[in-house]
Design a protein around this ligand. Structure first.
Ligand SMILES: [Zn+2]
Length: 282
């Protein structure tokens, strides 16, 4: 391994993935940086009493050290995630979340597209939307193939992201399955099962949707995500998939979600935030 790559890998290993990277909580980081600033000033003032010449250097050094700890661990003071969850009003927390999910201005709704191309059909006998039976058969067959074929999985993901399959590394962690290429995160799923479902669906979706290749990657990802809501059996263990309401404890708040989860292996296939206050009673 190249020395720079090795150093980067070593630093990444020190990083606490629960509170850094995509999982970094902005309110916690801001609060901790403020604490780091206060601490540095205090250390500077204490040093100034005995040796004025060193005070500024010691204060700056303290701040740099504290900022590095926040960068790598996500927080300086243990317990601040719980502190912000408890004392920061939701209004303040929501303010930090205002960045749009996607920069692209795609206006089409994935569910409308699924209906339009006939992958999802309205079944009057059950009064609900269901998968087209031919699509479902093809998808199920494809899932069984991807389940035991890691290189096919990498090839399809690489085609989707338009990168080389050799560059793709797959990493499985509790509640996360990530595709990396050259140290960059390419895509993230709630489980390996969800990733297999997406890769397997691509093969059939291209047959049903004539304009698939022209669609943006974020839209393709959204569409495949919505499709996972229709899974009735788990892509990795064939267990029954259950759709339920759940509470997810993230770094500094509790989120109400609707989630599709395998009852046998507990793999999460889909998760979407819901606002219970707008859903009304029950
Ligand atoms: Zn399962």
């Amino acid at each position: 391994m190249h020395p720079v790559t090795r150093a980067r890998a070593a630093l990444l290993a020190v990083k606490n993935p629960t509170y850094t990277g995509e999982n970094r909580c902005i309110p916690c980081t801001v609060l901790n940086l403020a604490i780091a600033g206060g601490l540095s000033v205090a250390v500077g003032l204490i040093t100034a009493r005995s040796d004025g010449g060193f005070a500024l250097g010691v204060a700056v050094g303290t701040f740099v050290f504290a900022a590095a700890v926040i960068y790598f661990r996500g927080f300086l003071v243990p317990g601040t995630p719980r502190f912000t969850k408890r004392y920061f009003p939701d209004r303040v927390l929501a303010f930090f979340d205002k960045a749009p999910a996607h920069a692209t201005g795609s206006v089409a709704d994935p569910q409308d597209v699924l209906l339009e191309v006939g992958i999802v059909v309205d079944d009057p006998s059950v009064g609900d939307l269901v998968l087209d039976p031919a699509f479902e058969r093809q998808w199920t067959r494809s899932i069984a193939q991807y389940r035991s074929n890691e290189s096919a999985l990498k090839t399809t993901l690489a085609d989707l992201a338009r990168i080389s399959a050799d560059a793709i590394e797959l990493e499985e962690r509790p509640h996360a399955f990530t595709a990396w290429a050259d140290g960059e995160r390419v895509a993230n799923w709630p489980s390996r099962a969800a990733c297999i479902a997406d890769a397997a669906a691509v093969d059939s979706v291209t047959e049903w949707d004539p304009t698939w290749e022209e669609r943006s990657l974020p839209f393709k990802a959204d569409l495949l995500g919505v499709l996972r809501l229709f899974l009735e059996t788990c892509p990795t263990c064939d267990g029954t998939v259950d759709l339920s309401q759940d509470v997810v404890e993230s770094c500094c708040r509790r989120r109400d979600v609707v989630a599709a989860t395998c009852l046998d292996c507990n793999a999460r296939l889909f998760e979407m935030d819901v606002d219970l206050s707008t859903l009304g009673e029950g």
